[in-house]
Design a protein around this ligand. Structure first.
Ligand SMILES: Cc1cc2nc3c(=O)[nH]c(=O)nc-3n(C[C@H](O)[C@H](O)[C@H](O)COP(=O)(O)OP(=O)(O)OC[C@H]3O[C@@H](n4cnc5c(N)ncnc54)[C@H](O)[C@@H]3O)c2cc1C
Ligand SMILES: NC(=O)c1ccc[n+]([C@@H]2O[C@H](COP(=O)([O-])OP(=O)(O)OC[C@H]3O[C@@H](n4cnc5c(N)ncnc54)[C@H](OP(=O)(O)O)[C@@H]3O)[C@@H](O)[C@H]2O)c1
Length: 463
């Protein structure tokens, strides 16, 4: 590359996808590239901070890789700046050669059944945001005064939610779980969490360590019915993989073992919620329709109702049936798949299927809300590869205002409380110092105002 002027890239979103994109761009391009990252919260890391369960601290240590990226002199962090609210796509296009959307999929999905809106019926996204101290969810109030909760869905989020509801106070108290959650969970009356999958155990989306971990919690038994396993496994799945095989081994062990513990996780299969019953005081019952498995035209096994139903008493229902992406202003959106339409990461204009020059997408908002943290690394590589290919081919247009100071001046005028990386480091240090005397990794701030005060070098008023 001979062009001495740096190529300027705006990355929107500071989760794994955004950080892997920044990392690849800075380490792999043979041209001068500068990356500015925009994040709507003062704090970075996306779902690594606000999704990954508090009892999984090792997984969160992936942020050390992102910290290395952030320490690159060609990287800047603009926290507390939301695309579509504080800055528009058109404005960004005037300052950058390329924009990469990495905004994730933060909304919930509905089951679409009667009673879903009763008090006590929640999306897992709410509960997860609340226990992880995400500022948007800090004021939610969960009533845990009932003995049984039902979690709908057979993915890892369902297992996270179930674990959070049954882990002992002693185990939770050493994590970075939100303080408000710790207090509420300490007085929880929940004794049984029933996790319900609409298909069979071989089709569950659990990963092996997460399923095995259920059996390793102090004072918690895991109940699985051998008869239910047999019924589901009577229909062989041609797509069964090694992960599912290992899950089946773990499930058989649960089914054959003695169930002991003051609290219980029951894993149920072949059942779909069809109605939540209750009154203005809240959910009281979950009506489950029993299913059988049936191959569709592609050979995949689908759930078909048998006509039988069952009623379970429960005062809390969490639907962990997947996350959902949201449209960004001025950016194309696929309303069916809830993603930004793209070809290998190049944003596609749905009207003519042409690439919107200079616009790219990565992570959950590119491919939908599945995949672990590492999946986004490979995904970011694909997006960065096409971006650099377009750069080489001269397909990126120089912005009208390429001076890096120009965008910062604009942002600081508009958002005097913008949080830069040094501001985040102050928040990080403050949270760690709050946790340290209690043997906790950190105590997270939950209020944006408090975060902004700490980022500005002040003590928060409510500290
Ligand atoms: C509850 C839960 C637990 C998980 N646990 C694990 C785990 O233990 N291990 C594992 O490997 N994977 C786990 N995952 C999966 C992993 O978190 C995802 O693969 C990953 O976070 C997706 O990365 P992303 O960058 O696409 O999205 P996100 O991590 O969601 O990041 C998107 C970022 O964009 C920001 N943003 C959104 N809109 C705007 C806007 N308009 N302007 C500016 N910024 C914006 C958001 O605030 C957010 O910071 C978990 C997922 C969930 C939901
Ligand atoms: N510890 C970890 O590594 C960890 C923790 C949390 C999340 N994650 C990852 O994050 C991603 C998202 O996880 P997730 O649990 O949200 O999604 P997921 O893995 O896609 O699981 C969603 C579950 O919801 C079920 N479902 C969907 N619609 C339903 C409906 N209407 N009624 C009943 N059930 C329904 C699905 O069943 P069908 O299969 O029948 O559609 C599936 O069992 C996954 O890749 C996951 O591995 C990882």
């Amino acid at each position: 590359m001979t062009d001495a002027k740096p190529t300027r890239v705006a990355v929107i979103g500071s989760g794994p996808a955004g950080f892997y994109t920044a990392g690849h761009l800075l380490s792999e391009s043979d041209s001068a590239v500068e990356v500015d990252m925009f994040e709507r919260l003062p704090t970075p890391w996306g779902l690594v901070r606000s999704g990954v369960a508090p009892d999984h601290p090792k997984i969160k240590s992936v942020t050390r890789i992102y910290e290395r990226t952030a320490s690159d002199a060609r990287f800047r962090y603009f926290g507390n700046v939301e695309l579509g609210k504080d800055i528009t796509r058109t404005e960004l296009a005037a300052h950058y050669h390329a924009i990469v959307y990495a905004t994730g999929s933060l909304k919930d999905r509905a089951m679409g059944i009667p009673g879903e809106d009763l008090p006590g019926s929640w999306a897992a996204t709410d509960f997860v945001g609340w226990y992880n101290a995400h500022p948007d969810y800090r004021d939610l109030e969960f009533d845990l005064s009932h003995e049984r909760a039902v979690v709908i869905g057979n993915g890892n989020v369902a297992l996270d939610v179930a674990r959070m509801l049954v882990l002992s106070h002693a185990e939770l108290a050493k994590t970075d779980i939100a303080d408000h959650t710790l207090d509420v969970l300490e007085h929880s009356k929940i004794r049984e969490v029933v996790v319900v999958g609409r298909r069979g155990p071989a089709q569950a989306a659990f990963t092996n360590p997460e399923l095995r971990e259920l059996g390793e919690m102090d004072g918690v038994g895991v109940r699985v019915s051998s008869a239910e396993l047999d019924r589901a496994l009577a229909v062989p799945d041609p797509n069964i993989d090694a992960t599912a095989e290992r899950n089946l081994t773990a499930l058989r062990k649960y089914a054959e073992g003695t169930v002991r513990g003051e609290r219980l996780v029951s894993l149920r299969f072949l059942a779909s919620p069809v109605e939540l019953r209750g009154d203005s005081a809240g959910v009281r019952e979950v009506v489950l329709a029993h299913n059988a498995l049936e191959a569709d035209d592609s050979g995949a096994l689908r759930a078909r109702p048998t006509g039988e139903t069952e009623v379970i008493e429960a005062g809390l229902v969490m639907r962990a049936i997947g996350y959902r992406g949201e449209a960004l202003p001025e950016v194309p959106f696929d309303e069916r798949r809830h993603i930004i339409p793209n070809a290998q990461g190049r944003v596609i204009d749905p009207s003519d299927s042409a690439h919107r020059a200079g616009e790219y997408v990565v992570g959950w908002i590119k491919r939908g809300p599945t995949g672990v943290i590492g999946t986004n690394k490979k995904d970011a590589q694909e997006t960065v590869d096409v971006l650099l290919e377009d750069l080489e081919a001269g397909r990126l247009t120089a912005p009208a205002s390429p001076d890096p100071d120009a965008i910062e001046t604009l942002l600081r005028e508009r958002k005097p409380d913008l949080v830069d990386y040094a501001g985040w480091e102050l928040i990080d240090r403050h949270e760690r110092s709050l946790g340290e005397p209690h043997g906790r990794p950190r105590v997270k701030l939950t209020s944006i105002d408090e975060m902004l005060e700490v980022a500005a070098g002040q003590q928060p008023e409510n500290a």
